[in-house]
Design a protein around this ligand. Structure first.
Ligand SMILES: CC(C)(COP(=O)(O)OP(=O)(O)OC[C@H]1O[C@@H](n2cnc3c(N)ncnc32)[C@H](O)[C@@H]1OP(=O)(O)O)[C@@H](O)C(=O)NCCC(=O)NCCS
Length: 159
């Protein structure tokens, strides 16, 4: 468990700006921008599964997921601020998601550039299904790991 000063809670629309700021901070480390759109994020908070890690009222971690057309849960983003990494905050975010979608398999796509995330997912019980080139159809050359954590059956396979 992370330290008592970090609390994992379901995100509210009022958290949206802080989540977007966190995603920008984390993904700018990889020179990525445009990772989330404010309307998409608002929809995920309202209709999907978004949990945040709060430390002294600041959002220092988030996990963003939706239920898919095949009734699995897809994790679209999982981020922890640099200074809070390696302290079980990411695990606690995943645990909260798993607890709230009990009985549902979880899938995610992780770029092979993010070795930390691939390793962390494996420690969290994820298995590798296969590699997918340009998984989001945006013209990237890199491969993505399709990872899944079975909880019942896994119905999705991205073609
Ligand atoms: C991936 C990320 C969210 C993990 O968050 P975190 O709070 O550091 O993770 P935790 O401390 O809870 O660790 C979770 C598990 O992953 C493992 N892990 C964490 N960092 C690791 C690393 N660098 N190498 C190998 N394993 C690692 C931990 O050992 C832990 O497993 P354990 O509890 O069995 O020991 C965080 O590193 C991050 O935001 N990275 C940049 C953004 C990113 O790559 N996001 C993933 C997008 S798909």
């Amino acid at each position: 468990m992370p330290s008592d000063s970090v609390k994992i809670v379901k995100a509210k629309l009022a958290d949206e700006k802080q989540i977007l700021d966190l995603e920008r901070r984390v993904w700018s480390e990889q020179n990525l921008s445009d990772v989330a759109d404010k309307y998409d994020l608002g929809s995920f908070i309202r209709f999907g599964y978004v949990f945040v890690a709060k430390h002294q009222n600041k959002t220092v971690g988030a996990i963003i997921a939706i239920r898919t057309n095949k009734d699995d849960v897809f994790v679209g983003d999982w981020v922890v601020d640099k200074q809070h990494r390696g302290k079980q905050v990411g695990r606690a975010l995943y645990q909260k998601l798993m607890d709230s979608v009990k009985g549902t398999s979880i899938i995610t796509l992780v770029s092979s550039r993010y070795k930390t995330s691939v390793a962390a997912h494996k420690k969290l019980g994820f298995k590798e299904k296969r590699l997918i080139r340009d998984a989001y159809g945006v013209g990237e050359k890199e491969n993505y790991h399709l990872l899944y954590r079975k909880n019942g059956g896994m119905k999705n396979d991205v073609g």
